[in-house]
Every structure is written in C-alpha cells, then in structure tokens.
Write a protein that binds this ligand. Structure first.
Ligand SMILES: Cc1cc2nc3c(=O)[nH]c(=O)nc-3n(C[C@H](O)[C@H](O)[C@H](O)COP(=O)(O)OP(=O)(O)OC[C@H]3O[C@@H](n4cnc5c(N)ncnc54)[C@H](O)[C@@H]3O)c2cc1C
Ligand code: SF4
Ligand code: SF4
Length: 411
C-alpha cells in the first residue's frame, strides 16, 4: 500500500480521485519532461505558417546557432549549422530545448502563459485578454507627447523606468540611417534622446527582441521590451517555460495593439507606384481606418486599407493576438481621442509603474468610460484576429470566438 493511500475508498468510478488520503505526488499526473527542440519548432511553427518572426527563439538560443532572415519580407529564424540540415539541431538532439521554451506560438502557448501570468486560463468573453484596468493616458512632457504616435505613453513609461532605475535599457524600434528609407530596425534606448528617436509607429516589422544581444553586451541587466502583440508574449512565455536568464532580464513587456504589419515593398509598389509618394519625403504615418501619410511638403494623403492588404506580411496572417494580451501594459491608438493612448494594464508590475507615474505627474489619465467605443472596438478586433488562428492548431486561442457570419453566397 502506498504512503497515505487508503485502500477500498472507491466512490463512483474513480478510486484515486475519491480518496482523500492520496498524496499530491501520487495523484498529480507526472509532468512530462520538456524535450521539444529546434526540429519540432521548425516543423510545427517556422514552416507551418504560425511563426510571427518575433525572434524569441533566436535570443534564447545559448549556442548561437539561430540566425534571422529579414530580407524580402521573410522575417523568420533559420538554423546556421550545416551538420544536420535546416530542420534539425545537434544541440537539440543532445537535450537543448531553449528555442521552444521561448516561442510564443509553440503548442499550448496561450494557456501556459495565461496560467503563469494570471493564475488561470482565459475565459471565453476575455477576447482581449485579462486585464486590471483600461483607461486613456498621455505624457505630460510636451516633447514626449508630440513625438509619440498617440499620447506618447510608451515613451513616457520608458523614460520614467530609466529615471527610476527600473530598467537599464529598452529594446525598441528605430529607423535605419537618417530615416529616409523608412526601414524599421531593432534598437536600444538608454537615454531621453534615444527614446525620442524611437517614438512613433512604423507599420513594417521590427523584431525589437533582437536588440537584446547588443543591450546585454553593453552591460544592461534589466530590459523593457517594446513590441507588437507577438513580441509582447516573449517575456511571458520564457518565464512560464523557465527559459533561464534571458527571461529574467526581460523585466517589462510593453505591447502595441496590432492587427498586421506590411511588407517593406509597400512603399515602392503601392505608395510610390500608384500615388507618387516617395518614402524619403514622408514624415509621419498612422492607421485610422485608412493608411494616413504626412509628407515633408505639408501635404496629407489617405490610402484605403483595402488597397494595402495585398502587402500584409506573411507572419501576420495567422496571428490571433490583437490586444498584446501578455504585455504588462498594452497600448493602442483606436478611439475617439487622437492624442491619447488607449492603455490596458494587465499585471501588478504594470500597475505599480502607472501608479508611480501618475503620482509623479509624468502622465495624465482619463477613464475608459470616456470612450466606450474604443474598448468595444478593441474587443471586436481581438475576435477578428483570433479567427485567423487555424483550427488545426491548439484550440485555446479560438476559445469564445463565434463562428464567422455567413457571406451573401452562404460561405
Ligand atoms: C505595426 C504596428 C501596428 C499597430 N496597430 C495598431 C492598431 O491596429 N490599433 C491600435 O489601436 N494601435 C495600433 N498600434 C499601436 C499604436 O500605433 C501606438 O504604438 C500605441 O498607441 C502607442 O502610442 P504611444 O504614443 O503611447 O507610443 P510612442 O511613445 O510613440 O512609442 C511607440 C513605441 O513603439 C515602438 N515601435 C514603433 N514602430 C514599431 C515597429 N514597427 N515595431 C516594433 N516597435 C515599434 C517604438 O520603438 C516606440 O518605443 C500599432 C503599432 C505598430 C507599431
Ligand atoms: S514565433 Fe518567434 S520564437 Fe517562434 S519560431 Fe517564430 S521567431 Fe522563433
Ligand atoms: S499581426 Fe502584429 S502582433 Fe500579430 S504577428 Fe503581425 S506584427 Fe505580430
């Protein structure tokens, strides 16, 4: 007879569950050892269409055998060693599992991160993820506010966290060179000037996670990661699956609401070819129902989003996360108030930072009730994104998603 295990205590059909003396070790199903490595990541995520290009696997790899292809709209990891070909990894065969532990699209990622971060699984009605507060915010510093895409909140958070010793640096997106190519590239912000240089939104992909390596080489230990929803889940998945010191260093995740990014080719092939708008002359862009473009000569242009869809980046096509559901703080620009940031605080760490910023006068806020339409739209767009997640993959991201309405043709 096992320790603490009384015989003959069967109630109903299940002897073990009904027995109150069963020990935890005996009753809990043995946790399967995590063995998945690059070979599984390659077949289940990288080549299946689920890969977003977030670069979590690359920075987590302790053997530096993963590269990143950001040419011609690829934005995917690849294996650098020729030993076993592109689809397998010798270190993986010898027991290394870091890349799959760091991938926010591998197997049951959503449930694992939710359970780790929030202590429970997402409920069907929580289409935009779990949160503590939803409100509007903007930076009180006029320069941060005017440089920011919406309310300059993200920039204000980074500056406040640097000034208060919460982080040593932030992994952000910058523009390559003098900015005239509009090529968004990962970068590091350690100063007010660098934060200001990174402010605003680019609608092509920038795998900010990749800046981790340089930031650590430069001596940073605590980092904030700014990124679209796919990247905002990287710290959470690494922590949930115990991916080691990379996970510990990603101290704060700031998410950007996101339904898609575009291929870099959209500049030449659509904006210039059809509308004569050269990227070197663009000064700002935004998406508010249409693609808005402001030019150096003061002119303003609107391109219908329908025309842009053909340039949707491959890695976005199956992405189910609009609301950056695993960020500490998620931020967006939808709603009635252009110069405010729609703000979703999800974790205690996020709430503590926002409370500190309010107390210091670094941001001003107004209640989410001032713009209920923005919150409703966030939920709606979250459902729209979840519908993209394929039925052949794990079910969790589609939980609570109603079936799509039939079209006029009945399909
Ligand atoms: C590609 C993309 C799609 C988006 N889609 C939506 C949407 O559909 N609906 C919505 O409500 N909001 C969307 N947003 C978020 C919105 O544009 C603002 O980023 C957000 O409201 C924060 O504004 P802010 O003024 O507080 O930020 P700011 O103070 O301007 O800071 C913005 C931060 O975003 C980072 N960043 C900018 N471009 C990129 C990029 N391409 N890749 C990675 N990081 C970047 C910068 O490094 C900077 O740290 C999107 C953002 C991006 C980048
Ligand atoms: S989704 Fe991110 S972590 Fe997963 S394989 Fe793609 S780049 Fe790597
Ligand atoms: S839609 Fe946005 S969040 Fe999703 S994969 Fe594309 S860039 Fe990432």
């Amino acid at each position: 007879m096992g320790r603490g295990h009384r015989t003959g205590c069967a109630v109903g059909g299940n002897r073990l569950l009904a027995c109150q003396f069963v020990t935890a070790t005996e009753s809990a199903p043995a946790k399967e050892r995590w063995r998945a490595q690059w070979a599984e990541l390659f077949s289940e995520v990288v080549t299946s269409g689920l890969c977003t290009g977030c670069a979590g696997c690359i920075v987590a790899c302790p053997h530096d055998v993963l590269g990143y292809d950001d040419t011609n709209g690829v934005y995917k990891p690849f294996h650098l060693e020729e030993e076993l070909g592109p689809a397998d990894c010798g270190h993986g065969q010898r027991g290394c599992t870091s890349c799959t532990r760091a991938c926010p699209r591998f197997r049951n990622w959503e449930t694992e991160i939710d359970t780790f971060m929030f202590g429970r699984e997402r409920q069907p009605e929580e289409q935009a993820g779990m949160s503590k507060d939803v409100f509007l915010a903007r930076a009180t510093d006029p320069e941060l506010h005017s440089n920011g895409q919406d309310g300059g909140l993200v920039s204000a958070i980074l500056l406040w966290c640097l000034d208060h010793g919460r982080i040593d640096a932030a992994l952000v997106s910058m523009l390559e060179g003098d900015g005239s190519t509009w090529k968004a590239v990962p970068g590091i912000a350690r100063t007010r000037e660098e934060i200001l240089a990174s402010a605003g939104s680019r609608y092509t992909y920038s795998a900010n996670t990749l800046a981790y390596v340089q930031a650590i080489e430069d001596g940073a230990e605590r980092l904030a990661l700014v990124g679209m929803s796919c990247q905002a889940s990287v710290p959470g998945v690494m922590k949930a699956r115990k991916a080691g010191k990379v996970a510990r260093r990603l101290a704060l995740s700031i998410g950007l609401l996101c339904s898609k990014t575009f291929d870099d080719a959209i500049f030449e092939e659509l904006f210039e070819a059809k509308y004569g708008l050269k990227k070197a002359d663009m000064v700002k862009m935004n998406i508010k129902g249409v693609f808005q473009i402001w030019m150096r000569d003061g002119s303003y242009h609107e391109i219908p989003l329908k025309e842009c869809h053909a340039w949707t980046r491959e890695g976005c096509k199956l992405c189910p996360d609009f609301a950056a559901e695993h960020a500490d703080i998620s931020t967006g620009g939808i709603g009635a108030f252009n110069d405010w940031t729609l703000t979703v605080v999800r974790t205690d760490a996020g709430r503590e930072i926002i409370d500190g910023m309010i107390a210091d006068g670094a941001i001003e806020t107004r209640p989410g009730d001032d713009d209920p339409g923005a919150i409703a739209l966030m939920r709606k767009l979250s459902t729209v994104s979840r519908r993209r997640w394929p039925e052949t993959a794990v079910a969790a991201p589609r939980l609570g998603v109603p079936p799509a309405k039939p079209t006029a043709s009945g399909h």
